[in-house]
Each structure stands twice: as C-alpha cells, then as structure tokens.
Ligand binder design. Structure first.
Ligand code: CP
Length: 313
C-alpha cells in the first residue's frame, strides 16, 4: 500500500501507485457496501465538515453517505444559512471549523486553489471536492475505478474525452489519472474549448469527432460548463449538438464494446442523446455507485488507513 498523505488536493501530484492504492482500497469498501450491515467504525469519533460553496448533487451526497458509512460525525455547511452571507472569509470560516475540532473538511469551491489554500491555513485534513476549473480528484478516481472494473485494466485503453475540456476540472483530473495509469487519452470538441495546449498534459487533441470516437474503448462525455465560460465559445447549443453531440449515427461508428461515461449532471439532448444516456453501454449510474466506495477509501486513507477495510468492522 502506498499512501502517506493527510490531504487529497489533486491528482496531478499523486503517483500511479497512490492512485492504485485508492482503487484497491475502494474495491474493499465496495464489498462492504454489499453486506447486510454496511457501516464500519473506521472514522468513529472523527468530525467531517462538508463545505460546499458551489452546487452539487452527486459529490455532496456521496461524501455524506461515505462519512456516515464510516461512522463519522457529519456536519453539512450550508452557504445560504452561513455567515458567508455576512462577509466572513473562507479562511475565517475554516478557522472556525478547526476551532470546533473538524478533523476533515471536504471543500467544493468556484475558485481554483481553494482546497490548497485551506491546507495551508488550518490543521484539518482537506479533501478537494472540485475547485473551479482546476481539479475534481474523487471524480477521476471513481471514473478510473469504473473503467478498471468494467474493462479489467486501464493501461493501453483508448479514452476519448469529448466536450468542454477548457473549463472542466473533471477533464483535468481524468487526464492526469488516466495518463499516469497508462491509458491513451484523446481530447475532442470545438477548437475554442479544446486548445492544442492540452497536449502538454500528455494527451492527443483532435477536432474531428468521428476520428476521436472510432477507436475509443471509453467515450467520456462532458457537459458545457456555462457557469464558468466568460464569453461565447461557439455559435449555439444546437450547433454544438449537431457537431459534437453523441447521437445514434455517431455511436453506430464506434467500437461495439466502447463504454459511455459522463460525470453528471447530464444535459439530455445536448452532449448526449437521451436514449444513449440510458442504453446498456452507458455506465453513468455505475460511476455514481462507485463514487461512494471511492470516497470511503479516500477518507479512510487520509485518516491513516491502518486497518484493512474488511477488518474495520
Ligand atoms: N460529477 C459531479 O461532480 O456532480 P455534482 O456537481 O452533482 O457533484
């Protein structure tokens, strides 16, 4: 096992061994989730604060459930009902959580670097639940877990990430994770949203969607991140859908066993045909299920991970 970190801030700084440690540990927690009694005492007596300063459905709920399954005391911080509304800073907010003995702070924030900043100003363990367009490490870990579970390996697979790459923290974390694990990553989308500069991260960039999809073992779709775009990046949603959306005609030209992934939330009829989102090749909801085991593994490892998950009952 290779894990000696107090925080999970990004995928960029992790080694392939550390990523594999999370995936292997998550496998144990997935088995725990299939038992009649799904709760283990790994975080008994520990306090976890979910500090979500940006909307979330999947990440917030699966972190909360993971914390409960690990027997932690869980506090959900609501931005609307907090003193953020009275002008309190992120640093002062975190300092107050630390003063209340928060052992872990799970943070989602619209500012890139917010989790790294907190890791420097408080003693709590910090887990990045998505920071601006920078990284979303637990999403990439659950995506890698799902790929390995379904394909039996990651090294050597062709993974195409299609959509708004420029503003996507999911894309960046996936590129780091998948290239470290030996996958061949291709990025595709409009040239304004998929600049060639991404090749510096060790992947291939193309703007030809049929070519990007033809040899893909994994088709990873991303929605348009309207909330982060500061100017119009393409003429219209209709044009984006017609040029880059995954429809039946495009799917027919892909490998028959290529898996379809999406981190959610999906925009049916925009980046993905509604029927394709629900088809047998779609693993979108399996990604969500696996997110629980992966987040249990991350919490367990940053807490020191002394006991194997199957023995932590
Ligand atoms: N995939 C993801 O981060 O979804 P949420 O924004 O709903 O958490």
């Amino acid at each position: 096992m290779s894990w000696h970190r107090k925080h999970l801030l990004d995928i960029e700084s992790l080694s392939a061994e550390e990523i594999l440690t999370v995936l292997d540990t998550a496998r144990g927690f997935k088995a725990v989730g299939e038992r009649a009694i799904k709760k283990v005492p790994a975080l008994r007596g520990k306090t976890v604060v979910n500090l979500f300063v940006e909307p979330s459905t999947r990440t917030r709920i699966s972190f909360e459930l993971a914390e409960q399954r690990l027997s932690a005391d869980v506090i959900n911080f609501s931005t609307e009902a907090s003193s953020f509304k009275k002008g309190e800073t992120l640093k002062d907010t975190a300092k107050n959580l630390e003063a209340l003995n928060a052992d872990f702070i799970i943070i989602r924030h619209s500012a890139s670097g917010a989790p790294h900043f907190l890791s420097r100003v408080v003693n709590s363990s910090i887990i990045n639940a998505g920071d601006g367009a920078h990284e979303h490490p637990t999403q990439a870990l659950l995506d890698a877990f799902t790929i390995r579970e379904r394909k039996g390996k990651i090294a050597g697979l062709n993974v195409t990430i299609l959509g708004d790459i420029l503003y996507s923290r999911v894309a960046r974390s996936n590129i780091w994770a998948l290239t470290k694990l030996g996958a061949k990553v291709t990025l595709c989308g409009p040239s304004t949203l998929v600049p060639k500069t991404f090749e510096q991260m060790g992947c291939r960039v193309t703007h030809d969607v049929d070519e990007a999809l033809r040899e893909a073992d994994i088709i990873h779709l991303l929605r348009i991140q309207h909330e982060r775009q500061r100017k119009t990046m393409f003429p219209s949603i209709g044009e984006y859908t017609s040029l880059f959306g995954l429809n039946k005609a495009r799917l027919a030209k892909t490998k028959p066993d290529a898996l379809i992934m999406h981190p959610g939330p999906i925009n049916r009829g925009v980046e993905i045909d509604s029927e394709i989102a629900d088809c047998e090749r779609s693993v979108i909801l399996q990604q969500v299920t696996n997110g629980l085991a992966v987040r249990m593994a991350v919490l367990y490892l940053v807490n020191g991970g002394k006991v194997a998950p199957e023995a932590a009952v």
